[in-house]
Design a protein around this ligand. Structure first.
Ligand code: UGA
Length: 412
């Protein structure tokens, strides 16, 4: 959509018939601010077309972007079967001298592998990793921090980088392996930074310091900054956990000791356990036959995504320890209770219903609307007035004034 917005003619191949239909009608199959408007504008201007087969989409294209899923295989590595299938499908239909650009997050060496699968000396495969976040995908794509392109041919890499010239973003041109590693290193760094700040929050709890003030004091050092410095219940989503595990596998495959990466992963597990422990303490020292009201199930706010969500993982741990769970999330409707990842809990369409009769309320996703809940009303509805705020979303003072016990992450 963003390429079309920049004036390019874009053909989308979508083999899922329902999604193809909605694309053609100008209805975005995923929810991202500004995405649908761009889709409609592109269709109206005749710059976006959606077709059923990849072969059809690539026939006259100069650049072909591979944006297929690379899910985590059971051994932690990335499953490339969708990517290989796409490469096989387009191989004979590519125009002479076409440039195939890989946007998906892939193991090192995938560019070479896809070149082999395509098997044409006139076609070049290029790595061009994507750094956008869910929920702010359009803004991130319009204003990227950098453009990374990796290829064996610099001139071809520059042609790909030129597609982004209007963004004014700095360009890093390198070889394909380094480019592929940049993607993993970026997400692994972000995850490690979060484990670090979560560890500092735990230390603040232990010594009676305040992590929010600590972040103010530390983050003003420009070399450290304030981004990715909010302590929480652990990091999740479809990218950070998958990519940091993949990076660890890469290191292991060459017998390289990436112990900092291992520590970031184990620290994240510990963080989720720590939140479970805070909830157990707030519930009176046991979770056996306790009722927990959960606010927030998605892996972060402003997305409907629950993949590798710390919130879901925490509720599973609570249920395993004997708690019954009632949950509310603005993106989960009651009938979603049938979803496999939510089989251990009851969902509600209303936050007040979800917390009624519970022994402890836990905020696990930082939805801004949770700040505006009527906590005085909640005080009347709960069995035991205890709040665990795993996102440090609330001001402890006014909550305590209402008679709740308040437990944050690294806050007094
Ligand atoms: C992440 C990266 O931020 C993007 O740069 C990257 O392009 C993307 O993965 C990807 O590889 O596709 P995303 O998965 O959308 O983006 O999620 P983030 O916004 O990075 O959040 C990840 C997790 O960290 C969430 O669970 C979030 O709640 C947590 N987080 C984030 C915190 O706990 N504290 C923070 O200060 C920031």
């Amino acid at each position: 959509m963003v390429f079309s917005h920049r004036g390019h003619v874009v053909t989308i191949a979508e083999r899922n018939v329902a999604r193809l239909g909605s694309l053609r009608r100008g209805v975005s199959p995923i929810s991202e601010t500004g995405l649908e408007e761009m889709l409609r504008d592109g269709i109206a201007a005749g710059r976006i077309h959606a077709v059923e087969t990849a072969a059809e989409a690539v026939a006259s294209a100069e650049f072909i972007f591979l944006c297929v899923e690379t899910p985590q295989a059971p051994d932690g590595s990335a499953d490339l079967s969708f990517m290989i299938a796409a490469a096989e499908e387009i191989a004979t239909n590519l125009a002479l001298g076409a440039i195939v650009v890989n946007k998906s997050t892939v193991p090192l060496g995938t560019v070479e592998l896809i070149e082999k699968v395509i098997g044409r000396s006139d076609v070049t495969v290029v790595s061009n990793p994507e750094f956008l976040r869910e929920g702010t995908a359009i803004a991130d794509s319009l204003h990227p921090d950098r453009i990374v392109v990796g290829a064996r041919n610099r001139e071809i890499a520059s042609r790909v980088a030129n597609l982004y010239s209007d963004t004014g973003a700095p360009v890093v041109i390198t070889d394909a392996t380094t480019s592929e590693l940049i993607k993993y290193a970026s997400n692994a760094f972000l995850a490690t930074k979060l484990t670090f700040i979560n560890t500092m929050a735990g230390l603040c709890d232990a010594v009676g310091a305040d992590v929010l003030d600590l972040v103010q004091g530390v983050g003003r050092d420009k070399r450290i900054g304030f981004e990715f410095m909010k302590p929480g219940p652990g990091w999740g989503g479809s990218c950070l956990p998958k990519d940091i595990s993949a990076l660890l596998n890469i290191a292991k495959s060459v017998s390289f000791d990436a112990d900092i990466v291992e520590a970031a992963i184990s620290g994240n597990e510990r963080q989720m356990e720590l939140v479970v422990n805070k909830i157990r303490v707030a519930a009176g020292g046991t979770l056996e036959r306790r009722s927990v009201g959960i606010l927030g199930l998605t892996f972060k706010a402003n997305t409907g995504d629950r993949r590798y969500s710390p919130a879901v993982s925490i509720t599973q741990r609570l249920a395993q320890q004997g708690a019954s769970i009632n949950a509310y999330d603005p993106t989960v409707i009651r009938m979603d209770s049938g979803s496999v990842d939510l089989a251990h809990l009851e969902t509600y369409d209303d936050p007040y219903q979800a917390i009624t009769g519970t022994d402890v309320v836990a905020i696990l996703t930082e939805w801004p609307e949770f700040r505006d809940l009527d906590f005085a009303r909640m005080r009347e509805l709960v069995s035991n007035p205890a709040i665990v705020d795993a996102r440090n979303l609330l001001e402890p003072g006014p909550i305590r004034d209402l008679g709740f016990s308040y437990t944050g992450i690294g806050r007094k």
